[in-house]
Design a protein. Structure first.
Lengths: 371, 290
């Protein structure tokens, strides 16, 4: 099954009821598949007149109680940025697939790159946090799409599936479990009647319960800075409390959200840290080198944001050097440097798109540590 | 204001009939619109239409974007969706698809719905999604200080057209007819009863309803074009208005610079959310049949 099709199946398994999107390479197959599969599942596919309409429709449907998603590429994310900030501020859950392609600008629509890792994190104005997951196989396109919906519902936040052209178009065997084997999370609803409900009063986990429009809770949804009651404000106290909570509700749960996959940590001297499509080559290099008696560990980031600081710091304490191959100018390498630079040398291995690093390219760099 | 002072103030002032629909924790008292602005009148007319239809207010969602008109929704005491500049119709479409039982009202100014949101405007009309759009046309961007908009008539003065507006104005209702809206009416803030009736008909129309209301903006547009205060501006609106029935017998020269008012268009077409649900039911049956 193709990565994009696996993503569609994952969304359906997660209970997605609405997809709105605008055709764009290399994400289009998700829209095509949704147009066929979603109505069969009782849901609605809408072809937006552009990316702005698409995410707007998704957020409207989500605020009205449906799980909803869109899929696009980096260029489309550019257009959606204002609404991404809106979703973060108003705490409307949504899932956004970014099948990354080579850029900037129109770039190369049919070729891969991992250039959007900052764009999805920092693209909208001012401060907020989001969650981003980086699948590296069609199976993960399925699994992580379900996970993305679960996170969106749990934390009332936009969640990105940061795929790329390679993972989106790759065909591999995908195992789809029976529904009873799939863990689904639904958004928390208020447990008090409307007259006692305070719309943005957070539970201890930092996330307020969320009724839907039409439930009788007189919901004031606006991206103005606000009090807990939803009243717009312009003062420092309310503004800073709100923005801090929007940040903390995700960052303070980084340990449970941030997932990594590791191999060969025990006696490692050197590590290769990667994510997404590039991880396929990177993991292979580490494994091959271990077979040759060279203690090379691999760490694959499954969650890119929030960044798994703790896990990367621990890795830095174990090894002399961390190589970071990625298909961009070396963006996540900076995060690795920030988390682990005090303990290990962080060496960026950038490649500017089109094809992932060959195992030989990575191995050549890593070998230097053993000569 | 402390609680005691607020309490005293409310006791002293007679209660306006629309206040029962007003959110009691709205910022600024009672609202942010300038004295004499037409938006307040339209707020009133909208609540009157809802009252007269006897709608369950918990099922009435007000949607808006930015600008003076975009702020209308934030005073509604039930569910409101204050979205982004230009995107109100997209968000509203999403709500309508997920909760078709809700009445979805969008208030949008001329800058928002025709300039930055123009694409969504024509496509919402084309889809015939069951939304009532109350487009408040005051011929300029009021909140940002009175710049020209796509509905500012040629040669009129605004903050960004100090030598007269070089562009031609959009005829919104004509645009909406071509785009596929199924109910279209145009009135002015002077026509209270007609506006209320049009909003009621718009809500009752199963499809995309476009109600354009020409409104006075004395603070910006009126001041720059020496059109006088609120009353003079309303007189100006009235003096330049011609009912559709009368306009049909006039020549284009005679109609130059005039606003044609009335119920301009009404047809029945399949509604988007109903159509989508029927399609899903059909697809599900086919899916089961293999």
């Amino acid at each position: 099954m193709q990565g994009n099709d696996a993503c569609t199946e994952g969304a359906l398994a997660a209970g997605c009821m609405l997809f709105a999107g605008y055709p764009i390479t290399p994400a289009t197959e998700i829209a095509e598949m949704m147009a066929r599969r979603l109505p069969q599942a009782g849901g609605i596919y809408v072809q937006g007149e552009d990316e702005l309409a698409s995410l707007g429709i998704v957020l409207g449907a989500s605020a009205a109680g449906w799980k909803a998603m869109t899929a696009t590429s980096g260029n489309g994310i550019c257009l959606m940025q204002e609404e991404i900030g809106y979703a973060a501020m108003t705490e409307i859950p949504c899932v956004i697939v970014d099948a990354q392609r080579a850029g900037p600008g129109t770039g190369i629509a049919t070729k891969s790159m991992q250039g959007d890792v900052y764009q999805v994190r920092y693209g909208s104005n001012s401060d907020y946090s989001i969650i981003a997951l980086a699948p590296s196989s069609p199976q993960e396109m399925f699994d992580l799409t379900i996970e993305a919906f679960n996170y969106a519902e749990s934390y009332r936040t936009p969640v990105f599936i940061l795929s790329d052209e390679i993972v989106s178009h790759m065909r591999e065997r995908v195992t789809i479990p029976t529904p009873d084997k799939i863990r689904l999370v639904e958004r928390k609803k208020p447990d008090v009647p409307p007259e006692r409900f305070v719309p943005f009063r957070a539970s201890p986990d930092g996330v307020p319960p969320m009724p839907s429009f039409g439930d009788g809770y007189a919901l004031p949804v606006s991206s103005f800075a606000r009090t807990e009651t939803g009243r717009p404000v312009t003062d420092f106290k309310n503004q800073s409390q709100l923005v801090q909570r929007l940040w903390d509700k995700i960052e303070k749960h980084a340990d449970s959200i941030a997932r990594v996959e590791t191999a060969g940590l025990e006696d490692a001297q050197v590590a290769v840290l990667s994510y997404g499509s590039v991880a396929r080559a990177a993991k292979d290099v580490a494994r091959q080198m271990r077979l040759q008696g060279k203690p090379v560990a691999s760490m694959r980031l499954i969650t890119l944001w929030p960044f798994p600081d703790e896990r990367v710091r621990d890795l830095g304490k174990r090894v002399r050097a961390i190589f970071v191959p990625e298909m961009n100018v070396g963006k996540m390498a900076r995060e690795v440097e920030r988390a682990a630079g005090k303990y290990a040398e962080v060496i960026s291995l950038p490649k500017l798109g089109v094809d992932i690093h060959t195992p030989a390219e990575i191995q050549q760099a890593v070998e230097r540590m053993f000569s | 204001m402390n609680a005691k002072a607020k309490d005293l103030r409310l006791k002293e002032e007679p209660k306006h009939p629309v206040l029962k629909h007003f959110r009691d924790d709205s910022p600024g008292t009672p609202h942010l619109w300038c004295a004499g602005c037409g938006v307040g009148q339209i707020w009133h007319y909208t609540t009157r239409a809802i009252e007269e239809l006897g709608l369950d207010e918990d099922k009435v969602l007000w949607v808006g974007g930015s600008g003076c008109t975009g702020r209308m929704c934030t005073y509604w005491h039930k569910d409101f969706f204050h979205t982004l500049h230009g995107r109100a119709l997209s968000f509203a479409t999403g709500v309508k698809l997920a909760r078709p039982e809700m009445t979805v009202l969008v208030h949008s100014g001329d800058g928002e719905c025709v300039a930055i949101g123009g694409n969504h405007l024509i496509h919402a009309a084309r889809r015939n999604v069951d939304i009532t759009l109350i487009a408040v046309n005051n011929f300029n961007y009021g909140m940002t200080g009175g710049q020209f908009s796509p509905t500012t008539p040629t040669s009129m003065y605004t903050a960004t057209s100090p030598f007269g507006n070089p562009e031609e104005a959009f005829n919104l209702s004509a645009l909406m007819k071509e785009a596929g809206a199924t109910y279209i009416a145009r009135w002015t803030t002077v026509h209270a009863r007609q506006v209320i009736n049009a909003i009621k008909k718009g809500i009752q129309n199963k499809g995309f309803s476009f109600i354009e209301i020409l409104a006075q903006c004395p603070t910006q547009y009126g001041r720059r074009n020496k059109l006088g205060g609120p009353v003079q501006m309303m007189e100006w609106l009235k003096a330049n208005s011609i009912l559709k029935e009368k306009a049909e017998k006039m020549t284009p020269e005679e109609l130059k610079g005039k606003f044609i008012l009335g119920e301009l268009h009404s047809v029945i077409k399949p509604e988007f959310s109903e159509y989508m649900r029927a399609m899903a039911a059909e697809a599900a049956r086919e899916g089961e049949g293999g």
